[in-house]
Design a protein around this ligand. Structure first.
Ligand code: THG
Length: 612
């Protein structure tokens, strides 16, 4: 089943997933021999080989009560988890077997009136890449093996569930993208995150940040949450998703919060209670796909089937899908919209080896913790996003970026902008960033060369991207030329590279205004007017300027004044984001009238004087 086919099915009905696999297997009181010996006791995935009747029985239990989708017994099926039982080498075989068992059982129950589907279950593994437990590529490769086993074994779709670290989720999604590109049959994908009782994912990720990070992935058809709590505790997050997600929403709660009784997790939510909450989520909130996680039995799930079958396409509640979602970027913790009211989004400029003496010195000293401190300072100064550039002559930019990203990912709460001209630096950064980053930048200086390399990375990791108005003939100077280059990038990025209008942030180039150079007399006004033209033509797109460039060469006081006045007029023309020193931007009333006037004349080329 492709993503399109899944969406089509969801147009007319609610889809019902099965209930708990793990706790259902436990309830079969399986013994050592079933698992294939003492060494494998508790390895549920090995049962696919040693005792296929056990997962088969779980599937039957749920198919009997009428579910639409059963999940394969492969939650812990990556080599990462199987290694704990010495079974890493058998990962492909185990996943393939899990898929075959589920496929065979589902097919037995499938009728022309009621198709039964198989979802390949992919758990979070036992490692958190954001904490350095495992490298992104190693995790991605383990997931690739699982994906191949599941798809070749016959699943209809894949579900990455119980996600705890968005970097783990990204590794799973990168694995799928690579498999599909290698010719493995493409199937629909569901991503389901776990919000712990404290209200965030295990890594501290808020629901909005998770949605912002996963939403850009075009291979993901459905997004939602499962595990950790019962439905009651999920209510506010389910409401958030239904109001904000452009993708249909998935909810699969536990049978309440587990209670530890004699070392065993016990779940107490009754089928009545589950029915009450899920009915509310479907009918009042607009959830599209429902199921049960830990502790949910066929009796619980029969109530979900009842909810779904009471709704036919005539009375199906409108599934809320927010196509007018707010384009945002995100750190591992929280998100920031790409347009704020009042504007602009402030992008701190100081974590730049070429733009800050202090950052450069920290970099040269290898003082990565000091760099984290500088990032945190900018947050206190009012920055919303941070530009990060570690390019420095004579240093290994890839290595420096890796060291910085490993720390910034979890230690800096603001979303990051990855500022580099090197593709491999960009990719190594994106691989270590759990949130949704902005890539700085693409242009048409060498024709499509740079877009061809960078945009697939943006797609692969879900990043937004800055597009500079530079083409084969150089930096665009007039508003018309800036707009023309922006439009060319816009059309290519969308039609050829699958980007969306709101993934793009145009930079109409900030030249130095105080240089006295005749060629740049109009530079300020042309840059600002180009912002206006782009916002008018592409209303869902964004604009950005590196404002401090405008005042290079002037004294400090003049720089602050000119930067502030330039920013003021650019924002008036529709600028969304500005790379600035957050601390040094002043409201206009703090600049004396004469200063304001001189800056304005400089920006709009109205000068009545010849020197500043
Ligand atoms: N567009 C995009 N990205 C950009 C730029 C742009 N990235 C880099 C740059 N331009 C924006 N960042 C800075 C950072 C610092 C300064 C200017 C632009 C700056 N620094 C002081 C100086 O050089 O005098 C030094 C301050 C210090 O040492 O503390 O002015 O346009 N997409």
């Amino acid at each position: 089943m492709t993503g399109k086919e899944l969406l089509k099915i969801l147009d007319g009905r609610i889809l019902v997933f099965d209930g708990a696999t793990g706790t259902s297997l436990q309830n079969q009181n399986l013994v050592e021999e079933d698992f294939g010996g003492e060494a494998f006791l508790g390895c549920n995935e090995n049962l696919n080989i040693t005792c296929p009747a056990a997962p088969g029985k779980v599937h039957r239990g749920f198919l009997e009560v009428g579910v639409d989708v059963i999940e394969t017994n492969s939650f812990g099926g990556t080599s990462i988890v199987l290694a704990e039982y010495g079974l890493a080498e058998r990962a492909y075989e185990i996943n393939h077997a899990a898929a075959e068992i589920a496929r065979r059982t589902a097919d037995e129950y499938s009728t022309p009136d009621h198709a039964r589907y198989v979802a390949g279950s992919m758990g979070p593994t036992t490692k958190l890449p954001s904490l350095g437990h495992i490298e992104f590529d190693a995790m991605k490769d383990a997931y690739k093996e699982q994906v191949k086993g599941l798809i070749n074994g016959g699943v209809d779709l894949l579900i990455v569930e119980t996600c705890q670290d968005l970097l783990q989720t990204k590794a799973a999604l990168a694995a799928m993208q690579e498999c599909f590109a290698e010719g493995i049959r493409e199937v629909a994908v569901i991503v389901s995150i776990t919000i712990e009782t404290m209200g965030t994912m295990l890594m501290g990720t808020e629901i909005a940040a998770a949605l912002t990070t996963i939403e850009p992935y075009s291979i993901v058809t459905v997004f939602g949450m499962n595990c950790a709590t019962g439905p009651k505790e999920m209510e506010e997050n389910v409401r958030y998703l239904c109001e904000n997600s452009p993708k249909p929403v998935f909810v699969m709660p536990n049978a309440g919060l587990p209670e530890n009784i004699g070392g065993k997790a016990c779940y107490h939510l009754t089928p009545d209670e589950l029915e009450f909450w899920m009915n509310r989520f479907v009918k009042d909130f607009g959830v599209s796909v429902i199921g049960g996680c830990c502790g949910t039995t066929p009796e619980h799930i029969s109530r979900l089937v009842k909810i779904a079958s009471n709704l036919n396409s005539a009375n199906i509640p409108p599934k809320k899908r927010n196509y007018d979602y707010t384009p945002s970027v995100s750190s591992i913790y929280s998100n920031v919209a790409l347009h704020l009211d009042p504007p602009p989004v402030i992008v701190g400029e100081r974590c730049n080896a070429n733009g800050s003496k202090k950052f450069k010195e920290l970099l040269l000293a290898g003082d990565y913790d000091g760099m984290v401190q500088l990032a945190k300072e900018q947050m206190k100064e009012g920055a919303h996003v941070l530009d990060v550039c570690v390019a420095y002559v004579g240093r290994d930019e890839v290595r420096d970026m890796i060291e910085v990203m490993k720390r910034f990912n979890t230690q800096v709460a603001l979303p990051l902008m990855i500022d580099s001209t090197e593709y491999c630096v960009i990719e190594e950064a994106l691989k270590r960033y759990a949130g949704r980053a902005i890539v700085n930048s693409i242009n048409l200086e060498d024709g499509e060369e740079r877009m061809k390399k960078v945009l697939p990375l943006c797609k692969k990791y879900g990043a937004a991207v800055i597009a500079l108005t530079i083409d084969e003939s150089g930096m665009a100077k007039t508003r018309e030329k800036k707009f023309e280059v922006a439009k060319r990038i816009h059309d290519l990025a969308i039609s050829k590279y699958g980007m969306r209008e709101d993934d793009l942030i145009y930079d109409t180039l900030t030249f130095t205004l105080g240089s006295g150079d005749e060629e740049f007399r109009n530079a300020g006004v042309e840059t600002i007017e180009a912002v206006r033209m782009i916002k008018a033509a592409f209303p869902r797109s964004h604009t950005l300027l590196g404002v401090s460039n405008s005042s290079f060469g002037l004294n400090q006081a003049a720089r602050h004044a000119l930067n502030s006045v330039f920013l003021h007029y650019a924002v008036e023309a529709g600028l969304d984001l500005a790379i600035v020193n957050a601390q040094k931007i002043m409201p206009l009333y703090k600049i004396d009238e004469r200063g304001r006037e001189v800056c304005k004349e400089l920006i709009f080329d109205e000068r009545k004087f010849e020197t500043v």
